[in-house]
Every structure is written in structure tokens, then in C-alpha cells.
Design a binder for this molecule. Sequence first.
Ligand SMILES: NC(=O)c1ccc[n+]([C@@H]2O[C@H](COP(=O)([O-])OP(=O)(O)OC[C@H]3O[C@@H](n4cnc5c(N)ncnc54)[C@H](O)[C@@H]3O)[C@@H](O)[C@H]2O)c1
Length: 344
Amino acid sequence: MTEIKEVGLVGSGQMGSGIAQLAAVYGLDVWLLDADPVALSKATKSITTNIHRLISKGQLSQAAGNDALGRLRCSSNLEELRMADIIIEAIVESEDAKKKLFLELDRIAKSSAILASNTSSISITRLASATSRPLQVIGMHFMNPPPIMKLVEIVRGADTSDQTFYATKALAERFGKTVICSQDFSGFIVNRILMPMINEAFYTLYTGVATKEDIDTGMKLGTNHPMGPLQLADFIGLDVCLSIMKVLHAGLGDSKYAPCPLLVQYVDAGRLGRKRSIGVYDYRNAAERKGAEIPQKRKIVLKSNKAEDKSLNDPRQGKAKVKEAAAKVEDAKVEAAKEQKKDN
Ligand SMILES: NC(=O)c1ccc[n+]([C@@H]2O[C@H](COP(=O)([O-])OP(=O)(O)OC[C@H]3O[C@@H](n4cnc5c(N)ncnc54)[C@H](O)[C@@H]3O)[C@@H](O)[C@H]2O)c1
């Protein structure tokens, strides 16, 4: 296997942009790709700010920072990834969307390239089955935020070769990460344990056991976690948490993994967490809250095949479901208005 010099990142959200930053800082050429140009420009801004912050803190020299920024290129065209030695996918947590992407990447990428997924829970074996190179498909699960968190969970699919595993492990270690290895079962290690806890925190809130603040304070001070589970859910993204719970529920077949209805409702209402400035908590300032719409999901169109990910545009698929979601957005607005009143 050739040395990894060029990395492709697909998906420039929280995870993709963080992994791109890490790869650029550690001396790799990076292509960062997203179907949504708004997401790409947001990612470029945040990577630039983060690198300047590292420079101003003395953690990176000016020259190294400039080099890192110079190594980063952005595009909405998948074809740019044809020379990448490894492509790490960090798009929406949907098996269908990821399989569609892996099919495309398999066509575009050079034959020696590794196709890695940053999935939190989806079967690597099934993603690999969408390609003609299952030996070179692997899970490379970074934690959020990737430049800071020390762990990478590597997941081998049924056919992942040793060569692919060792090349991926070496890359994670080059980024200064500690690697753990999981078998390919829904949720792997970290989310198999973490997500049911977050889901249970939602049930605790849903059934009126306590306020969100007391639930989070209880888990922070009572179990020495750096943040409470509801705060963490906002940080991860409630849509991501819900998708992972659905994968655990379907993949492990136990009703204990059924997503809490409150989590489902928040996602339906567009309350996705910090990335939308509202989730379990409201991060908008008073001016933003005044008459503000709950930010909705953007329309995603892939440049290379013009395929639309309908599940992103229409989360419940079907007009009736859209109507129902719109009603919930109204409810959420009322709740946001109440909270604003409380704050004033
Ligand atoms: N958020 C976390 O804490 C976390 C942690 C570890 C792993 N993950 C996993 O990483 C992946 C991404 O999560 P995130 O939190 O960064 O999501 P995000 O919503 O912040 O970003 C996803 C990005 O992918 C883009 N996208 C969607 N479909 C696409 C397609 N077909 N082609 C190109 N771009 C597309 C979107 O425009 C968006 O910018 C998911 O699989 C998630 O489970 C998330």
C-alpha cells in the first residue's frame, strides 16, 4: 500500500471539517468536499479561525499554520478525490446516503485508495458491500471535536484486510490519537454505551423526573462527566443521536434501544442542537430569538450525480409527515418564546 499523502474528506460538517483540519496540520494534502456550498464556506472559516488560534497560542508556528491552510482545498465535485490515498466519509448518518456515496467513491477513487467511514454506528460490512473493494473499506470513527479528542475507534468490516487496518491505524497514530478496535456491530464500542445513556436522559426529561439542568448537573457532578448527557447530545447533534439510536434499535433488535419520543420530536422540530443554535437548550441570543424561525435543514444536491438526499429535505417523507413536523416547529417556537419571556 502506498504512503498516505493525500486525504479526501466528504462532508464538511462538525466532523469532516475537524478531520480536515487535523490532516492539514499533520502535513497531508486535503480535499474537503460537501454537497452544500454553504457548509463548505462555514467549514473553511472555522478551520482558518482554529488554525489562527493555534498560532496565537503558540501551539503552531506561523509558517506551519500557513502551510496547513495552503494544503487545504475545497470542492463540491467528487471527481476531485480521484488521487486521494484515503477518502474519509463524514456525511449524514444514513445507511442509504452512505452506500450511495461509497458506490460513487468506488468508481472515482484510484484502485489502491482506502475508503473509510466516520460513521457512529452503521455496519462497515454493509457499506463495503456497495463497493468492489471490500478489503479496502474500514470504519475510522473520530470523536467530536476531532482535533481535540484523543480517541479513534477503528472498525473492521467482515472483509477488511490487515493492510487496510494497519495503514488506517498508522494514520490515526500520526494524528496523535490512541486507537481502539471494535468488531462490526451496531454502535461499535463508544456509542453502544454512550447513546443509551443519552436516550435515557431524554426519557428522564420526558417523564418529568427532573429538569434538564438537574439531569445534566446530576450526571456532571454525580458521575464526574465533563458535561451532562443532554448538553452532550446538543453538542453531538440531536439528529445524529436519533440516527444512532435507530441503528442500535434495528441492528440489536432490543426494545431498550427505542428512541425516546422527546428526542424524535426535537429532531422533527429542527432543534438539532448547537449546530442549529437550539436543541435541548437554546443558544440563541435574545435578538435572534425575537420572532426567529427554527432553522431548517438545507436542500442537498450532489454535484456529481445530481442525486437528492430526500431524507434530508423531507425528514419524515410524505406530505402528512411534513405537515406534522411543521406543527411541531410551531410548538417549538411557542416554547422558545416562553423561554425568552423567562429570560427577560
Ligand atoms: N457529531 C458527532 O459528535 C459525531 C461524532 C463521531 C462521528 N459522527 C459521525 O460523523 C458523520 C457526520 O456527522 P456530523 O456531526 O459532522 O454531521 P453534520 O450534520 O455536521 O455534517 C454533515 C455534512 O455532510 C454533508 N452531506 C450530507 N450528505 C452529503 C452527500 N451525499 N455528499 C456530500 N456531502 C453531504 C452536509 O451538507 C453536512 O455539511 C455522521 O456519520 C456521524 O454519525 C458524528
